[in-house]
Design a protein around this ligand. Structure first.
Ligand SMILES: Nc1ncnc2c1ncn2[C@@H]1O[C@H](COP(=O)(O)OP(=O)(O)OP(=O)(O)O)[C@@H](O)[C@H]1O
Ligand SMILES: Cc1cn([C@H]2C[C@H](O)[C@@H](COP(=O)(O)O)O2)c(=O)[nH]c1=O
Length: 214
């Protein structure tokens, strides 16, 4: 199973993935975690570029979109690898981040058409002012106006996706229509409440009944 946590900078993705991984492993489930951008040469280049004052400019963003797509493609063998088929893969970000941080959407969708569709997307929805308080401010994206636009893009994407599951069907995955694939989690709560809300969504997909939730 391929689970993705999405959200603006500072939403709490890394924090929640660490706790979720430990809970699942304590429950006897093998878990692999992924972080986008990766620590590959492409990922290192991306992180350097994110600090460039021009990072939000149109052509710079298009170049970033290509680099994120390339960095992501190298992950696909890992995600599709048979040794992972019996594991839960939890990823900190996915091609949905490219859809909401970069543009135009149709081009971003095209250059990511070989990216695997997650089985579940958990959108950690955080107030932008809280995000700015939590971020270091080193990255050019960590600005209130830009993160406000990204947050709105996420919420629009969730509305579109849950309203029309076939919209993002690509050529290597069928959208399973009986899942609410883009679940919004209120990330303004404390870490334990956020984790509890996440477990209530993840548990049924893994065959856990709610009473097993500690
Ligand atoms: N629910 C929460 N309440 C208060 N602080 C939180 C909460 N979750 C995370 N934090 C704090 O906010 C900061 C950012 O958390 P974290 O690194 O998990 O976010 P992130 O979404 O992975 O960020 P980024 O996308 O920028 O890497 C950390 O200092 C973390 O301790
Ligand atoms: C995968 C991906 C990420 N980004 C942006 C989002 C963040 O501002 C940075 C780094 O991510 P982190 O969670 O802070 O480590 O990269 C993006 O613009 N497009 C993407 O596809």
């Amino acid at each position: 199973m391929y689970i993705v946590l999405e959200g603006i900078d500072g939403a709490g993705k890394s924090t929640q993935i660490t706790v979720l991984k430990q809970w699942l492993e304590d429950s006897g489930i093998e878990v692999e975690t992924i972080l986008e951008p990766t620590d590959s040469d492409v990922g290192v280049l991306i992180r350097k570029m994110l600090q460039d004052p021009n990072a939000t400019k149109e052509n710079f963003q298009k170049a970033l979109g290509l680099l994120f797509a390339a960095d992501r493609l190298m992950l696909m063998d890992k995600i599709d690898n048979e040794e992972y088929c019996n594991k839960v893969i939890i990823s900190d970000r996915s091609f949905y981040s490219s859809l909401v941080y970069q543009k135009p959407k149709d081009w971003i969708t095209e250059i990511n058409k070989f990216a695997k569709q997650p089985d579940l997307v958990l959108l950690l929805d955080l107030d932008v002012d809280l995000a700015i308080e939590r971020c270091s401010g080193e990255d050019e994206f960590e600005k209130k106006s830009f993160l406000t636009e990204v947050k709105n893009n996420y919420l629009e994407l969730a509305k579109e996706f849950n309203g029309n599951k076939n919209k993002f069907k690509n050529n290597n995955e069928n959208i399973n229509d009986n899942k609410n694939k883009f679940t919004i989690i209120n990330a303004n709560n404390g870490p334990k409440k956020v984790q509890s809300d996440i477990r209530k969504v993840v548990a049924p997909l893994l065959g856990f009944c709610v009473s097993e939730l500690d």
